[in-house]
Design a protein around this ligand. Structure first.
Ligand code: ATP
Ligand code: MG
Length: 464
């Protein structure tokens, strides 16, 4: 793993992004709410002052002798208002409907609801937004009373400033909270990731052949990863062991024929007798043949291991393939005095890697020719069956006792034939098993017909 690959995706940044996005969304909702509340609060505060002024004016409304209304606006009534900011104040007094008494005649008034003495509202005056308060009263002459309305309005600079101040404060509060939470996440992630860093340090400090389980203490959430790595290391250890065992055995297998070749060459060099030299050459040739066979099996084994990663599977006619392999072995069968036959007709197809299946059949036929003994009968059989195909190699030789059938599937395991000078590595049947496994096919070693000899069955379950 490279640093570049890691930095492409950072847990810390991801968590922070989540936090920031979600708190920003919540903050925005809170701000909208605060905005509403700030406007209400500012209105409430200054509406009270507006109402006060309207009341102060109303108290100075009197009915003159001719029955008309007169107002003596007290300076303080307006002073109350103008103390705040640069706001300007307007007023008007109206008498009974339709009669204007004093003030700004164009100042918009607001409709009061029935029975309501005071009302507040927003309007625009001279192109400026204003807040308007209207108060209904009546002045009394003692005989009759004259109704009138006092309207007081004020530009909204002060209340806007108040609203903005409230908003700014709450925005700052939210921002501070978000930054605080981000800092906490930053620190928390750093602390929480520490066990992971220790875990990766523990891994990187190891020598490559140290595959002991990691015992570093980690949080529960990471324990799964550690368990997976540990179980992977156990499997790796197993695979490495198998590889060491395999190469050790393979080296040993090759050393024997090579030692024979060397001995025979030394003999030939020292001998002055031509027939002795020829005899040595013959033995050396045989040993080279053995070495060749061993190498071929080893290479085939390696090839299967590679094939398990990439296979060239395709639809193949098994009848044709097995018949060809059988035909190739006819001369050797004749040499060994064995009757080699083939059974199978038509076309039985399966999705397989043809070279590997060829090797599978070759190994089984070679075994039968090698171990069944002169005079035996060997039959290669291919048959289609429900949802699959079956390849069999059957002989009527000595067979393999049931309790040995599992053993001979292990690498380098040979029967008692090895003592009888028959060349072999003990890799044939393991190779057959590996190839079958690679194809998802089942392999079974059974008695031959009449309980005599050996029948090896490979059943491919998926056909095309
Ligand atoms: N058809 C058979 N009849 C009797 N014994 C058999 C037969 N096939 C295999 N065996 C026994 O099983 C053993 C293992 O066979 P396998 O093919 O794995 O190895 P090998 O033939 O000894 O060596 P290799 O095939 O690698 O050259 C053989 O040594 C032999 O004892
Ligand atoms: Mg063999």
């Amino acid at each position: 793993m490279t640093g570049a690959a890691l930095s492409a995706y950072s847990l810390r940044r991801r968590l922070l992004a989540w936090l920031l996005v979600s708190t920003a969304a919540i903050g925005a909702i809170a701000m909208i709410d605060t905005w509403d509340e700030a406007i209400d609060t500012a209105n409430e505060v200054s509406d009270r002052v507006l109402a006060g002024s309207a009341l102060a004016i109303a108290e100075r409304v009197i009915v003159s002798e001719d029955g008309s209304l007169e107002v003596d606006i007290p300076y303080v009534a307006l002073e109350m208002l103008t103390s705040a900011a640069q706001d300007r104040v307007f007023y008007r007094v109206d008498g009974p409907p339709g009669t204007f008494v004093t003030g700004y005649q164009n100042l918009p008034s607001i409709q009061r609801r029935e029975g309501q003495a005071a009302a507040f509202g927003d309007a625009v005056f001279r192109g400026e937004p204003i807040r308007v308060a209207a108060l209904a009263r009546s002045a009394s002459t003692g005989i009759n009373s004259v109704p009138f309305t006092v309207t007081v309005a004020e530009t909204t600079i002060a209340r806007q400033q108040l609203t903005h101040a409230i908003l700014l404060r709450s925005a700052l509060r939210i921002l501070f909270m978000i930054l605080g939470a981000a800092a906490i996440v930053w620190v928390a992630v750093t602390l929480s990731l520490r066990p992971l860093y220790r875990f990766s340090e523990a891994l990187s400090e190891r020598s490559p052949d140290d595959l002991h389980p990691i015992t570093e203490r980690v949080p529960n959430e990471v324990q799964g990863l550690v368990d997976t790595v540990n179980s992977f290391m156990v499997r790796l250890e197993g695979a490495l062991d198998a590889l060491r065992h395999f190469t050790g055995n393979a080296g040993h297998q090759l050393r024997t024929p090579l030692a024979i070749v060397r001995t025979q060459l030394t003999l030939a060099r020292r001998s002055g007798d031509l027939s002795e030299v020829q005899q040595a050459a013959e033995k050396a040739d045989e040993a080279v043949g053995d070495a060749e066979r061993i190498l071929a099996q080893l290479l085939l084994m390696a090839r299967i291991d590679a094939a398990s990663r990439s296979t060239a599977m395709r639809q193949v006619d098994l009848v044709d393939l097995a018949r060809t392999v059988t035909a190739e072995h006819v001369p050797r069968a004749a040499e060994a005095g064995i009757d080699l036959g083939f059974e199978g007709a038509g076309e039985v197809t399966a999705i397989v890697e043809p070279i590997l299946i060829g090797e599978l059949v070759k190994n089984l036929v070679s075994n039968a020719l090698l171990y069944a003994g002169a005079g035996a009968e060997v039959t290669v059989r291919v048959a289609g069956q429900q949802g699959g195909a079956c390849v069999e190699v059957e002989d009527n030789g000595p067979g393999i006792p049931p309790d040995r059938r599992e053993t001979v599937l292990r690498r380098f395991e040979r029967g008692d034939v090895s003592g009888q000078g028959r060349p072999g590595t003990g890799l044939g049947l393991p190779i057959v098993e590996e190839i079958a496994r690679l194809h998802g096919a089942s392999l079974s070693l059974e008695d031959g017909a009449g309980g005599k000899g050996l029948k090896v069955r490979v059943v491919f379950s998926v056909t095309a």
